[in-house]
Design a protein. Structure first.
Length: 526
């Protein structure tokens, strides 16, 4: 008798989503996690001091809001398992050292009013952009939470209409190209150009233009969901759902290999030597660079293509701080009130400076222009820290390997202090308000999750040749592993990519089809 119907390797949110759907469908599920904690990139931990809850990786949940997982509450995460979100009016704001600010509101009219302070023409252009984003969103959204359409069929379908052809063009140009076409004021261009950076790519990178429309469409329709209690609240709700349906989620269980028999996945072996058998299949958060080492029967050509997938040169460096009081930005809103947003982008003086920062990363160099982003979520969810205190989550972009040859473990505190010093140019009570901080280099990112290979939070680069049904490769783009029946993949390196999408739903759809289950019937009773 098998230990479980389905074994899931890794408790990142994508693996948990797949596991939860299948557990609700009546399958016995066992999730094995290498870390002492669960959640992968969706985790909240007391990284600095007791009582200060930090989101170690993702801090707001944007794209998952359109997923039927939450939009229809398929698994009862909100109605039954306690998941709650707040949606602040200003999801994103650009802040410059000269005191100017540019917020993006959920209400496009308010955003246009803010843009008009820089350029009335740009404000009118923005409203047209907002309308276009809203029109395109249903088509884009329809393909995000299910297995991707074959690339050839998708291209042929889009090429049949002027609207589809316009989307194809927008998908091909860079964010910089698009901003040059749309807007006249440099700060408005930079404001939207910075969106590309949140996808770990330069605004000059081709095939990034569509991201501005996707980002804006989701921002205005859904907002940035701030999970009450921390990002890990999503993880906790998923685990509660799995356990409520007879599944188990085990920590400190490092999987060493996937076992096979007769060309079919049969279970796993842990580093400890302990074995577990799976009667109906294995789902693995197995990065393409690691996959051939963990699956002995993987066809050689499938493994070769997996290992040659490209990693982005722009890795993340994060700083989490416990604060004695909330941050006080030097800038104020146009009405004199304190700033309030989910995400603050601390903008360089020039758009060219931002672009050149990413150019340096492409060459493996440290950028001379800091691109620091900051979140201070107790503004919207006070439960994350003691009353009167606060926390911040800051990030910048760095190469995985330092060009000076120094070890990140030895150099990371120096870099973190440099980030805090950069923040002081925008925030009047930094560094004095900092009680304690924790920092993660790209090497630390990789240690916390094998999916973050070389510090790439998206698993692999989000290039056109590694997107859709070709993500991570054409062989692996439908979540099944060729040559190894009943082995399925899940993680940020699969479609639709990195970020909190709840993409494990697509893996569950594929596996449900193979098991003869009607996926549309998998629901938690309300």
């Amino acid at each position: 008798m098998s230990d479980a119907d389905i074994i899931v390797i890794g408790s990142g949110h994508n693996g948990l989503v797949a596991a939860a759907y299948l557990a609700v469908a009546g399958k016995s599920v066992l999730v094995l996690e290498r870390n002492p904690w669960h959640g992968g990139g969706v985790v909240s931990r007391e990284l600095t001091r007791p009582g200060f809850t930090h989101d170690q990786h993702s801090m707001s949940h944007i794209f998952i809001q359109g997923n039927p997982l939450l939009a229809n509450d398929d698994l009862g995460l909100k109605s039954k398992y306690g998941l709650r979100y707040v949606f602040p009016d200003v999801p994103m704001m650009s802040v410059w050292e000269d005191g100017s600010t540019l917020p993006l509101h959920r209400d496009p009219a308010k955003s246009a009013e803010a843009i008009a302070r820089f350029s009335e023409k740009d404000a009118q252009t923005f409203l047209k952009m907002s309308d276009q984003a809203a029109q395109w969103l249903p088509m884009i959204q329809a393909g995000l939470y299910s297995p991707p359409m074959p690339l050839g069929a998708q291209t042929a379908m889009m090429d049949q209409s002027p609207e589809g052809q316009e989307i194809m063009r927008t998908m091909g140009v860079s964010t910089f190209d698009l901003m040059e076409e749309l807007f006249e004021h440099e700060k408005v261009q930079a404001h939207f150009g910075r969106v590309a950076g949140e996808n770990l790519v330069s605004p000059d990178e081709k095939a990034t233009g569509i991201g501005a429309y996707v980002f804006l469409g989701f921002l205005e329709k859904y907002g940035f969901g701030v999970p009450v209690g921390g990002s890990g609240s999503l993880t906790n709700a998923l685990i509660a759902c799995i356990e409520d349906h007879g599944g188990a989620v085990r920590a400190s269980a490092q999987v060493r290999e996937v076992t096979t028999s007769g060309g079919r996945a049969t279970g796993v072996v842990l580093d400890s030597g302990e074995t577990f058998t799976a009667g109906e299949g294995v789902i693995g958060a197995l990065h393409p660079h690691v996959l051939p080492d963990m699956v002995a029967d993987l066809p050689a050509e499938v493994g070769r293509k997996a290992k040659r997938t490209h990693i982005t040169p722009a890795a993340c460096f994060t700083v989490h701080a416990a604060l004695d009081a909330p941050l006080k930005f030097k800038a104020r809103r146009h009405d004199g009130e304190e700033l309030s947003a989910v995400m603050y982008e601390l903008m360089p003086a020039s758009y060219e400076g931002m672009r050149r920062a990413f150019d340096e990363l492409r060459y493996g160099k440290m950028s001379p222009t800091p691109l620091v982003g900051v979140g201070q979520l107790p503004q919207h969810d006070p439960s994350r820290c003691p009353e009167g205190k606060s926390i911040f989550h800051a990030w910048d972009y760095v190469p995985y390997e330092r060009p000076d040859g120094r070890n990140w473990d030895e150099a990371k505190d120096e870099f973190a202090q440099g980030m805090i010093a950069q923040m002081a140019n925008y925030i009047e009570n930094v560094p004095e308000v900092v009680l304690d901080y924790h920092c993660d280099s790209p090497v630390d990112m990789e240690r916390t999750s094998p999916s973050f290979f070389r510090g790439d939070l998206h698993g692999i680069a989000t290039t056109t040749y590694q997107s859709g049904s070709h993500r991570p490769t054409p062989d692996l783009g439908q979540y099944r592993v060729p040559g190894v029946e009943r082995l399925y993949l899940v993680g940020p390196f699969q479609h639709p990519g990195g970020g909190v999408f709840g993409a494990g739903r697509a893996t569950a759809m594929v596996m449900a089809d193979d098991l003869g289950l009607d996926f549309d019937e998998i629901r938690v009773a309300s």
